[in-house]
Design a protein. Structure first.
Length: 158
């Protein structure tokens, strides 16, 4: 009888979620190296793999929560070392993207995490609640507040 090593089992456990982890890392820590953030999250997940309880959430939610934590740490480190970049002339489409990025940056961290999880990573409200470690109703109200804030911010930008 062939046994599966811890490493192979872990690899099989995380593989389906790597793309979502990378998308979330890129959204939450745009100035950090996405692959570094994912790698740090994987190391953390490996170290705490025996603490996972499937009754408390899905592997996806667990891994994305760890990724969100690591992305926050990476963003904090990056903000301390980055110098401002001068503005460059841009096309109209680039201007729209810039306005959206600037509006997203003005959201609270919690609002931005909810928006990123649902709209950029494609998680459900239930999965987002697990990542954010809160109730589904809290995610819904956070998303509603974020959308209202974005509506105002983007109208002002136009």
């Amino acid at each position: 009888m062939k046994t599966v090593s811890d490493r192979e089992e872990f690899a099989g456990w995380v593989s389906p979620h790597l793309a979502a982890m990378a998308r979330l890392a890129a959204r939450l820590a745009p100035d950090a190296d996405r692959d570094d953030v994912v790698q740090e999250a994987l190391v953390r997940a490996w170290l705490k793999r025996h603490q996972f309880d499937p009754q408390r959430g899905t592997p996806s939610a667990r891994l994305l929560a760890i990724t969100a934590d690591q992305a926050g740490k990476a963003r904090s480190r990056a903000s301390r070392r980055l110098a401002p970049v001068p503005n460059e002339p841009a096309s109209a489409n680039h201007d729209d993207d810039l306005h959206l990025r600037q509006a997203l940056d003005r959201l609270t961290d919690r609002q931005r995490l909810a928006v990123d999880c649902v709209h950029y990573v494609g998680l459900t409200v239930t999965e987002t609640a697990a990542v954010m470690r809160c109730a589904e109703g809290t995610v819904k109200s956070t998303l509603a507040d974020a959308r209202a804030e974005l509506r105002v911010l983007l109208e002002v930008a136009e």
